[in-house]
Each structure stands twice: as structure tokens, then as C-alpha cells.
Write a protein that binds this ligand. Structure first.
Ligand SMILES: [Zn+2]
Length: 341
């Protein structure tokens, strides 16, 4: 090869080398599937102010079926204006954990909203963000799942059946988009308890990945429906734990208890007609079971709320029922002690 050809050949090689370098810089070939690349993609999306570009380059293809580009831009703009209206001057994020499972990546992140320049006044919002690795890139699925476990815990079979029934009936009644199914994160076992069951609020024991419910040993001999009634109350507490994990806002013990009883009562409305008849029959004739007894005590309270709200199932009915339950619980010694009053 003469000198001329050699210089042309090396020029081509050099150009190729520069191209590879630029391609990497501009991400033409995508990124590797690992935690560092997912963190980097999240950071790029977080700092991107062009919502159209965010949609085009970061949103998962399958998520776009139910989310148009215009809708995405409108939603993002509205959220931005909302933050402005709430006097949020700046926001940042902190990644607590990244979990990669196959082509799925979950980012546990906390958004920190500053309400003054020095950020002494803060608000939080914590979620799991689900990303998917596809065609050599990480894409945001727009999903924020409450539970990221692939499999359920090995709970005692009758507790597992009750948990499954609760989420099945809720979903059938209220719709998949309204009910967040976190059943795979519920860890339930039997314990020698003085109470019927407890959800453990202590964050050293429970976490979003392990929502711990203890059930009294005495329930081992009960039927599935009674256990489901009992667990519907504790599952509301598990949901309250997840909400607290997400927004870090202080809770009111009596309000949380009233809500748990209300959900327990409404769970019976989600049951099928034969299941409802079974409960109604037992409320009339056989009340040795504490769960049926509680429903019987709540029924006249619900009736009062119903009458007070012009005999209709409405927001007024739900709020009045809950307020009445709260007043009632404040008179019960167990809850006075439990709620510290
Ligand atoms: Zn409770």
C-alpha cells in the first residue's frame, strides 16, 4: 500500500472511530441494561422540560396506546401549574432503591418539593416507577405499582384464599383501574393474639414489599368468608401504611380505624348474592362470630347515615357513615387505648 492509500485508510478508520464515539455520546445504540443506565435515563427524563420530547423518547410504546401525545403534554403542563399554585418553588428527587428483574426496572424514588427558597418547608411524594428495557433502551411505562413482588408470600392457605377473594370481589365491583392490587406483598400468619387480628404499622416490621398481618390462632377454625371479613379491615390498614409511605403525612388513628370498619362494611356489598345471603342469615340467627357481630353493630349506624342523606348511596352517605363510626369508636375502651386517648 502506498503512502496515499495508507493515509486514506487511516482517515476512514479514524472517521469510524469518531462516529462510534459520537454515536455513544448521542445514545444511538442505546444503553446497557443495568442500574446505572436506568438511573441515568430517569435523570434525563426528570430534567427534560420538553414534554413532547419526553413522550417521544422516554414513554414505553405499549403505554402510548392509552395515552396520546397531546394528553401526556396536557397532563404534564397541568401538574406543573398545580405545583406552581401550591407555591412549590423547586423540586428534586432522591432514588432510594433500584430493583431490576428481567427486562423490568423499578425505581423507588422520593420527590422532594420545596416550598421556600431554603427548602425548610418540604413535602414528599414517594413511589415505585416501573420502567421496561426494550430495543436497547429503558422506557417509562407510566405505571407506579404499589407492590413490585412477582409472587405472593407462602401464607396459610385459608388466609391466602381470603386475601384473594377480597381483591377479586373489589376488582369485580369497582374496576381494575380503581383497585390497586397489592395482594402479593401481604404477609399473613397466625399468632397468639389477644385481639382478632392486627396489621403491623411499625416500619421496622412492615414495608411496601412486606405488609405484615397477624391473625389470632382462634381463626384457624373459621370459614373463609369470616376470615375475609376480618382481613378486609386489616388490608385497609395495609393500604393506609402504603399511603403514609408515599406521602409521609401524619395520620389520625381514629379516622384510620373508622375507614377500616367502613371498608369492612362495604366489602360485604362487593360480595356475590349467595355470599351476602350467608352473612345476612348469620346476622339474624347466629352471632357467636365477632365479625358478624361487628357488622350487626355497624348496620344501624349505616342506616342513620343513609336516612340523614336523603336515603341514597352518595358521598354524603359515605362521609356521614365514616364520621359516625369515628364517634362510636371514640367511646370503645379498646380503641381509646389503641389510639392513645
Ligand atoms: Zn383496625
Amino acid at each position: 500500500m502506498n503512502i496515499k492509500w495508507l493515509s486514506i485508510a487511516s482517515g476512514v478508520i479514524l472517521l469510524g472511530f469518531v462516529f462510534i464515539l459520537s454515536a455513544n455520546k448521542f445514545n444511538v445504540f442505546g444503553e446497557q441494561k443495568n442500574e446505572a443506565s436506568l438511573r441515568a435515563r430517569y435523570d434525563q427524563l426528570f430534567n427534560l422540560k420538553d414534554y413532547g420530547k419526553a413522550y417521544d423518547e422516554f414513554i414505553l410504546g405499549s403505554a402510548k396506546t392509552n395515552l396520546s401525545r397531546d394528553k401526556f403534554i396536557t397532563d404534564q403542563t397541568e401538574a406543573k401549574n398545580q405545583r406552581k399554585n401550591e407555591d412549590i418553588v423547586s423540586e428534586s428527587y432522591k432514588i432510594n432503591k433500584v430493583v431490576i428483574s428481567g427486562d423490568i426496572g423499578y425505581i423507588d424514588r422520593t420527590l422532594i418539593y420545596c416550598k421556600d427558597a431554603s427548602c425548610k418547608l418540604q413535602e414528599y411524594s414517594r413511589d415505585y416507577k416501573k420502567w421496561v428495557y426494550e430495543n436497547n433502551h429503558w422506557y417509562y411505562s407510566t405505571e407506579t405499582p404499589a407492590c413490585i413482588r412477582d409472587t405472593a408470600y407462602n401464607n396459610p392457605p385459608e388466609l391466602a384464599r381470603a386475601i384473594s377473594l377480597i381483591f377479586q370481589r373489589y376488582t369485580e365491583t369497582y374496576g381494575k383501574d380503581k383497585i390497586e392490587d397489592f395482594s402479593k406483598c401481604i404477609y399473613a400468619d397466625y399468632s397468639p393474639l389477644s385481639e382478632e387480628a392486627i396489621f403491623v404499622f411499625d416500619s421496622k416490621v412492615s414495608s411496601p414489599d412486606k405488609l405484615v398481618i397477624h391473625v389470632s390462632n382462634s381463626y384457624k377454625s373459621y370459614d373463609d368468608l369470616t376470615i375475609a371479613l376480618l382481613l378486609s379491615h386489616e388490608i385497609t390498614h395495609a393500604g393506609q401504611f402504603l399511603t403514609y409511605w408515599s406521602d409521609n403525612k401524619s395520620q389520625n388513628c381514629f379516622t384510620d380505624e373508622a375507614k377500616a370498619f367502613l371498608d369492612q362494611f362495604f366489602f360485604t356489598r362487593s360480595l356475590n348474592s349467595e355470599e351476602q345471603k350467608s352473612i345476612l342469615l348469620r346476622m339474624g340467627t347466629y352471632r357467636s362470630n365477632q365479625q358478624i357481630e361487628m357488622l350487626s353493630e355497624m348496620t344501624p349506624i349505616g342506616q342513620q347515615a343513609y336516612n340523614q342523606c336523603n336515603n341514597g348511596f352518595s358521598e354524603c352517605y359515605v362521609n356521614t357513615f365514616q364520621a359516625k363510626l369515628e364517634s362510636w369508636l371514640k367511646t370503645v375502651p379498646y380503641y381509646q387505648k389503641e389510639c392513645g386517648n
